[in-house]
Design a protein around this ligand. Structure first.
Ligand code: ADP
Ligand code: MG
Length: 396
């Protein structure tokens, strides 16, 4: 990567402002998944070991520009402190950087860590407001962006501060970019993409970008319904995008022209509705009943996917194969996780729900890289440059 890394600076006697992604799920004030906090540890530990005084910041949830303690970062400070086995002082401040915070930050010493309040308590955050960026930047000598999850947004706490302070990317962002971008741009072949999830319209950019790079593309999930319908098949009451049929036809033709094998399901699990104890049946894609919807891929399709992946050396997967949140409809998605886990290949998962599905499958530790950024990882798969990374200083 051509961006400055945290290893390019000296930190003795320096204050470093670090944008992390602490946007963790909370239930009744308790953190229900601490993955994002765990992923932030390497950068924080590196900086404190190098003698920096560390000022952490993040957003959490959608407080919509107002102080709302439901979205306070205090539980994150407590958890982080536990995980680092070191004090993380939480600077509770409805204005994020008011005079009391400026004073507190001025007194922190080398190796100490503080966490600011939720940056989205102020409207200026999402508006990339210059005054808010200046206030944040005034706290430190250097800026590090380690928030991959918001790198596709240009906000005050990433793009804004990077325009004022010398900047570098953190270890998590570096890892995300290296693994994701490298495997897509210089893949070991055969390179296969598996794309699924809810809507074709969410993934047009991903399909178009990957179509020019992969050897095979496998379409699953509700997205497959639109492709099947475009091929003239009946899809019953399935989730389908009728206004994207021409686009699907166009993509099928583009794949042909590019000599990319496009694989669609041959059988699907159907039901009257989405619920826990719903009665399910597997049918061929030629026989989807008019009054039922397709909610998962069938056994034959799973076998076909296994076969298609058998010699793969790079696999990118985005989008569950079915409604994996419901046990009876999760088989296809978990089967793909199993297949990927057993491959001797670089395997990469992008997308928020896909990452959650793989975690749930119990096979996460057998996957090369599970991206921590939902929207940001999709934009990388679309081949886009992320503003939160583009804004970081280039290496000379
Ligand atoms: P990601 O967040 O990984 O990019 P998406 O948001 O595109 O994935 O899609 C995930 C959602 O797609 C899941 O909530 C899942 O229930 C839904 N889904 C997958 N297959 C189907 C289907 N056949 N019918 C309805 N919903 C589906
Ligand atoms: Mg999603």
């Amino acid at each position: 990567m051509n961006k400055k890394s945290i290893k390019d600076f000296d930190y003795k006697g320096k204050k470093v402002l670090v944008r992390c992604d602490f946007n963790v799920p909370l239930k009744d004030g308790e953190i229900t998944d601490e993955t994002r906090i765990r992923e932030s540890l390497p950068t924080i530990e590196y900086l404190t070991n190098e003698g920096a005084a560390v000022i952490l910041m993040s957003h959490l949830g959608r407080p919509k520009g107002k102080a709302n303690h439901e979205y306070s970062l205090e539980p994150v400070a407590t958890k982080l402190s536990e995980m680092l086995d070191k004090e993380v002082r939480f600077l509770d401040d409805d204005k994020v950087v008011s005079d009391k915070t400026i004073k507190e930050v001025a007194s922190i010493k080398d190796g100490e860590i503080v966490l600011l309040q939720n940056t989205r308590f102020l409207e200026g955050e999402e508006k990339n407001d210059k005054d808010f960026s200046k206030k944040l930047a005034s706290l430190a000598d250097l800026y590090v962006n380690d928030a991959f999850g918001t790198a596709h947004r240009a906000h005050a706490s990433n793009v804004g501060v990077s325009e004022i302070l010398p900047s570098a990317v953190g270890l998590l962002v570096e890892k995300e970019i290296e693994v994701m971008a490298n495997s897509i741009e210089n893949p070991e072949r055969p390179f296969v993409a598996i794309l699924g999830g809810a809507k074709v319209s969410d993934k047009i950019g991903v399909i178009e970008n990957l179509l020019t790079k992969v050897d095979k593309i496998i379409i699953v999930g509700a997205m497959a319904n639109t492709f099947l319908k475009a091929e003239g098949k009946g899809v019953g009451t399935s989730l389908v995008e009728d206004d994207k049929l021409d686009l699907a036809k166009d993509l099928i033709n583009k794949a042909k022209d590019a000599n990319v094998e496009l694989i669609l399901p041959v059988d699907l699990v159907v039901a009257y509705e989405i619920k826990d104890d719903v009665e399910i049946k597997t049918v061929s894609t030629d026989e989807i009943p008019e009054d039922k919807m397709a909610l998962d891929i069938g056994e034959e399709t799973i076998e076909k996917i296994k076969e298609a992946l058998s010699d793969a050396k790079t696999v990118v997967w985005n989008g569950p194969a079915g409604v994996f949140e419901v046990e009876a409809l999760s088989k296809g998605t978990f089967a793909i996780a199993d297949i990927l886990a057993d491959l001797d290949a670089t395997t990469i998962i992008g997308g928020g729900d896909s990452a959650a599905a793989v975690e749930k499958s119990g096979k996460a530790d057998k996957i090369t890289h599970i991206s921590t950024g939902g929207g940001a990882s999709l934009e990388l798969l679309e081949g886009k440059e992320l503003p939160g990374i583009a804004c970081i200083e280039d290496r000379e």
